[in-house]
Design a protein around this ligand. Structure first.
Ligand SMILES: NC(=O)c1ccc[n+]([C@@H]2O[C@H](COP(=O)([O-])OP(=O)(O)OC[C@H]3O[C@@H](n4cnc5c(N)ncnc54)[C@H](O)[C@@H]3O)[C@@H](O)[C@H]2O)c1
Length: 266
């Protein structure tokens, strides 16, 4: 497929699990990609058309310079994937100002910096697509995820607002909400712990998702196949959000009826 032939893209967090998969998919389908990450060591892309670009997305100067670098090199910026992310698991009384600000800056402020820099170019060139990585934790609460959930929920409404503000500039702005994607930088620490199996138990599809499955969703939102999609929040979670969180009453009823003495024995 060559959905992205002639298009340029920035993918932040482009050296991480989901970001790397997005970079690879875009490049395989013809895009010129700036894979941006704060960690030089994780930027190992060698596909044709990919530039490994070190950038701290919490620096508005660095983000603006990165967008300008794409425009200087190629004349246009067609897609921005705001995907860099960080987490924190701590309850409110233990939350430090520094940790709260760090999470909000990486997960939320950085998106504003990138959009502020890219939108004027997209407007001038007649359009563009922005895809923000939110999370199921932006739709519901998770234990200890205060700053992460707050930031990811804000990404959702920020996405909607940008979609309104720039629809008439032909700039589409969407977000997607991954569920549990194992073995990325954010989730590696649960490998080998009992909670790893608990994820599989609660996910209706019975497994975590893959970075490639997330890349398919992100690429769809940026592609012309989604030409009438803007302000959308696409949940890609194996069914987690389909569940209220209530216990499996059906399983309990089955167990009770199996235990009950049969009427013929009475
Ligand atoms: N893995 C999951 O289960 C999951 C679930 C929901 C949402 N997400 C979201 O998906 C996105 C990608 O996460 P991932 O799971 O691939 O984790 P990851 O840790 O592998 O990738 C995140 C990348 O962001 C980079 N990054 C962090 N701070 C940065 C900064 N200041 N400047 C530039 N880059 C920075 C990291 O170096 C890393 O490479 C994140 O926004 C995350 O919140 C992940």
């Amino acid at each position: 497929m060559t959905r992205f032939q002639g298009k340029t893209a920035i993918v932040t967090g482009g050296g991480g699990g989901i970001g790397s998969a997005i970079v690879k998919l875009l490049a395989a389908e013809g895009a010129t990609v700036f894979a941006a990450d704060i960690k030089k060591a994780v930027l190992q892309h060698d596909a044709e058309g990919v530039t490994n670009y070190v950038c701290d997305v919490t620096s508005s100067d660095q983000v603006t310079a990165m967008v300008q670098a794409v425009v200087d090199a190629h004349g246009h910026i067609d897609m921005v994937f705001n995907n860099a992310g960080t987490g924190s698991i701590v309850e409110v009384t233990e939350t430090t100002d520094e940790d709260w600000d760090r999470v909000l800056k990486v997960n939320l402020s950085a998106i504003m910096y990138a959009c502020r820099a890219a939108v004027p170019h997209m407007r001038r060139q007649g359009g563009g697509a922005i895809v923000n990585t939110s999370s199921v934790s932006g739709l519901g609460g998770d234990y200890g995820f205060g700053s992460y959930s707050a930031s990811k929920a804000a990404v959702i409404n920020y996405t909607r607002t940008l979609a309104l503000d720039h629809g008439r500039d032909n700039i589409r702005v969407n977000a997607f909400c991954p569920g549990f994607i194992p073995q990325t930088g954010l989730t590696l620490s649960v490998e080998g712990l009992p909670v790893r199996q608990q994820f599989n138990d609660i996910i209706p599809l019975g497994r975590g998702g893959t970075p490639e499955e997330m890349a398919n969703v992100a690429a769809f939102l940026a592609s012309d196949q989604a030409s009438y999609v803007t302000g959308a929040i696409l949940v890609a979670d194996g069914g987690i959000m389909a569940h209220t969180g209530q216990p499996n009453v059906m399983a309990v009823m089955r167990e009770l009826s199996a235990r009950a003495p049969s009427s013929s024995a009475a």
